[in-house]
Design a protein around this ligand. Structure first.
Ligand code: DC
Length: 222
């Protein structure tokens, strides 16, 4: 039987987080952003002084032993990530984390460590879960699967409009190039690459408003 999950996958800055959060709000169900888990691990490793530009499974293994990740219902009513008992907030969205997180997310031991944590959320009943491999690896039997995309330029414009995620002095061209590099890392890694599930509904959000994308998704959901 299909698991009661609405999986929303897609590349960086494709609008997934905004859309997934709003779809969950309209449906009155929890929204789980799995990218924040990879960001929290990356942030913690940076804090521990690890040189992530040369990271490896061996280096990350002892770090994982000291990380406790929880998703708790915050005052906002939304589920928010806690890293070792504290809300990391905007720190996991810093340009430094953004530039290193793909390297950490490519490590098989990091992904394995997160798989069970992500699958556990199914106990909450219907959820919207967003990431790169939700429809392919975490919940291949999800009831609904969507894969959102947009042109690199459109995604660069969205990233620039997002507070704090792009370095100072960034342009649409430089951000589009960085996004393309991250797509390449995410989609060519050996473990759980960014990939549309065969049975996912593809939505190219270029030129669509947020409301149009939400309505499009909600039309499928009973
Ligand atoms: O969606 P995001 O930008 O917050 O994701 C941060 C990074 O984590 C990105 O490099 C892709 C990776 N990621 C992943 O590999 N698998 C997921 N399910 C979610 C994110």
């Amino acid at each position: 039987m299909a698991v009661n999950v609405i999986a929303i996958d897609g590349p960086a800055a494709s609008g997934k987080s905004t859309i997934a959060g709003l779809v969950a709000e309209r449906l009155g169900v929890p929204y789980i952003n799995t990218g924040n888990m990879y960001r929290a691990v990356t942030f913690y490793a940076i804090q521990q002084g690890l040189n992530l530009a040369a990271c490896s499974e061996e280096k990350l293994s002892p770090v994982l032993e000291h990380i406790k990740l929880d998703y708790v219902k915050a005052a906002s009513g939304q589920y928010e990530i806690k890293l070792n008992g504290e809300f990391p907030g905007a720190e996991i969205r810093s340009p430094e984390v953004v530039s290193l997180v793909s390297l950490v997310a490519a490590l098989p031991n990091v992904r394995t460590w997160l798989i069970d944590k992500q699958r556990e959320f199914a106990r909450l009943g219907r959820i919207v879960m967003e990431g790169r491999d939700i429809g392919t690896v975490i919940f291949p039997d999800a009831q609904y699967k969507f894969f959102l995309t947009a042109t690199p330029e459109e995604r660069a414009r969205r990233r620039l409009a997002q507070d704090g995620e792009a370095p100072d002095g960034a342009t649409v061209e430089s951000v589009a190039k960085a996004i393309a590099e991250r797509d390449l890392l995410d989609s060519t890694r050996k473990t759980a690459p960014l990939k549309k599930a065969d049975d996912a509904i593809l939505i190219d959000t270029s030129g669509m408003s947020i409301e149009q994308v939400i309505e499009h998704i909600l039309r499928y959901i009973k």
